[in-house]
Design a protein around this ligand. Sequence first.
Ligand code: GLN
Length: 274
Amino acid sequence: MATVAEQLRRADSLTPVSESARLDTELLLCHTLQCNRTYLYTWPEKDLTPAQIAQFDALLQRRQSGEPIAYILGQQEFWSLPLAVSPATLIPRADTETLVEWVLSLPLNGSHQLLDLGTGTGAIALALAQERPQWQLTGVDISDRAVALARANATSLKISNCEFIEGNWFNPVQGRKFTVIVSNPPYIDPKDPHLHQGDVRFEPHSALIADDQGLADLRFIAERARTHLLPSGWLCMEHGYDQAQIVQQILTDLGYCAVGSERDLGGQLRVTFG
Ligand code: GLN
């Protein structure tokens, strides 16, 4: 069994670990054959070489062990941008595009400085930078590997209005002020059973887990952002589906006004701003 069509039938072996077994199999086969998905359906009778079969076997096995497809492929699309990802960073999620959309809906003309805290792959900062060439984006991450990856993404996407700096939250931007500060910080409660399921098992805990029922970093950023926002600037943070009310309360107690939340693709209030 060496044809493309026959290899695709091996998707069954992924159903125990993946809700998208067929798509995963197609992507792994495309990765092996260095082709796009259309090719698989145009040339179903095409034979794989023994080396290609061996490579495809190895990729399937990694996926069977639960490793996220994005880490196996080393790539994940976000805001239609093909981003390099590595186990040093969270895998960008489609839900986070809600945050990007909200920032783009702000009535901001001309040039502005924006800050993305815990930028990881650089996904949010790069999406905003590409949409608004007149803005200057700064992405900060405590992981040197994340910063190297984000810089590589900026280079390969030819996005030049975005810088990435290594450091702990606001430390590398002391004395600087921004029109908008965004973050998708860690917000999962350390006791959340969700941490033992699916892709998150392979992602860096430093990007996922926060003390104080997942609120510690959201609270810290909201407190400190006040000294880094220009008058009428905006803070906008992603959080868990059940944290909107408490994050709104935190922002209101800290003196933010015009506080509100936006829904993600699943209809959950996932982003809160003020
Ligand atoms: N949304 C991610 C998840 O629930 C978590 C992202 C984060 O902690 N910032 O898997």
